[in-house]
Design a binder for this molecule. Sequence first.
Ligand code: ARG
Length: 597
Amino acid sequence: MIKPENFITDRASVAINALYGADMDKSALQVQVTRKEFEGDYTLVVFPLLKVSKSTPENTGKAIGEWLMANCPEISAYNVVKGFLNISFSTVYWNGIFSWIASAEDFGQHEPTGKTIMVEFSSPNTNKPLHLGHIRNNLLGWSVSKLLEANGHKVLKVNLVNDRGIHICKSMLAWLKKGNGETPESSGKKGDHLVGDYYVAFNDMYKAEVDELVAGGMSKEEAEKNAPSLKEAQEMLYRWEHGDKEVVDLWKKMNGWVYEGFDKTYSDLGISFDRTYYESQTYLFGKALVQKGLDMGIFERETDGSVWCDLTADGLDRKLLLRGDGTSVYITQDLGTAEQRFEEYSLDEHIYVVGNEQNYHFQVLKLILKKLGFAWADSIYHLSYGMVELPQGKMKSREGTVVDADDLIEKMYNTAKETSLELGKLENMDEKEQDELFRMIGLGALKYFIIKVDPKKTMLFDPKESIDFNGNTGPFIQYTHARIKSILRKAAASGIGYGPESVNPEVALSPKEVRIIKILNQFPDKIAEGGEAHSPAIIANYAYDLAKEFNQYYHDTPVLKEEDRALLCCRLVLVDCIAKVLVKAMSILGISLPERM
Ligand code: ARG
């Protein structure tokens, strides 16, 4: 099936040849969707043609419009406004598009491109559980991956666990001092929560020490550097990097608890990875690159042994790459991890889904990799996103008032349950089915509400609003799908058979139906546009528009009441196509749609 835009450029170039005896390169012809204020489906921009027509924009537009009307049965009307030729397609044409959509195997899916894209997301530290910010991260990472797959790319979804560093040592130290051997089994706590509690305990301990030193006359700044527990944590990190068995064993044990906890959260959220990288296994590659940079003369070593990269000539700062005691910092591992990944898979693009507080970090990372001579550094894309807040106020991770991911997922289930029971929309389901539905609605609400917002924007997540069955929400789209499925079930129960073959050019489509076909027809382009922009929000809002369109249509057109069998079948195919596009669009967002609700 050729796209309407291409259909027009094709025929217009024939018209230009017939009218003016000139060969116009098709790529020089500009076609766009007609703006709402004008009559028409697509618009051909006439200005570039004036050099061959040697006439006014008005007359050129008219001549081509007339030619198209006389020679293309697919075109039903035209009008010219200034230098724009607005063209309308006939219902016969839209019927053809409809038939193409109805018979497509996986409508919207693009052909394989042969490109490989790595998407890194989630990437937690192991000193505390996942929070609301990680939820936005995970949902974005997952949906961008699915969106790129729908564009025909091969996608590798990877996680990077920052499993080493001073932050983990802090949790470990507090556990040693105050834990009395507590384990997830002994306490019944999820492992990541248990370790997170000791991170909070460390901070309490540390603060008390700082206060005491300040009370004893030390300046705050000095006290913050010299508090004994911080010194101990630093010593622990040093021992870890030197393979001290006792420290390494404790580290393994506590990280193991954390991974069990993370796995549960990921599975509750419905996400998974093709591969997980651990900083502890890649930071040494980073150290090797630091050495390489020193050898190349692009890094410098200070007298205290620390290594730096001076980026001031590029308008950035001097960046620390290795501490004086030789231990590595956050960016050290990123250098090594990037090299490892590009070497192992020949990546066409590497996307990092990380919050906007790290914009600078990724700017620096790219620049240093370039200085190290890696051409692929330009294929790195930082998919940066803004903070999510709950109505009550900001999440503050260090103070222990984080919005915990597990708590939020649970809360969504409960809110979905409450709302559904209130509305009584449960069509005699047994308990197991109800339970599945509440989970689907709760997660659908959470995912949709977060993904529909442009990633760059800071956003407020309101659980109650996200579940509103009548708003721009996941549950509204889920409900629309269930509604269509109920129509199709009723048709099947009355023995009405329909399929792509029910669509034929003789059936007279209403303007509303033509409108729906046009919207369905945009789906592959929306996928392309969303992929280009790395923005699943485009798919979310498209799905909402389509669902809204169906509800209006169904309100005016009670599909099953139609007496003309051919028309009835055609309409069933149309609503079936809507359901299929909704399923595909929502699956890109990681949202399941129920058969009934
Ligand atoms: N673990 C880091 C944090 O929680 C994020 C890691 C992002 N990924 C990366 N390759 N640097 O802040």
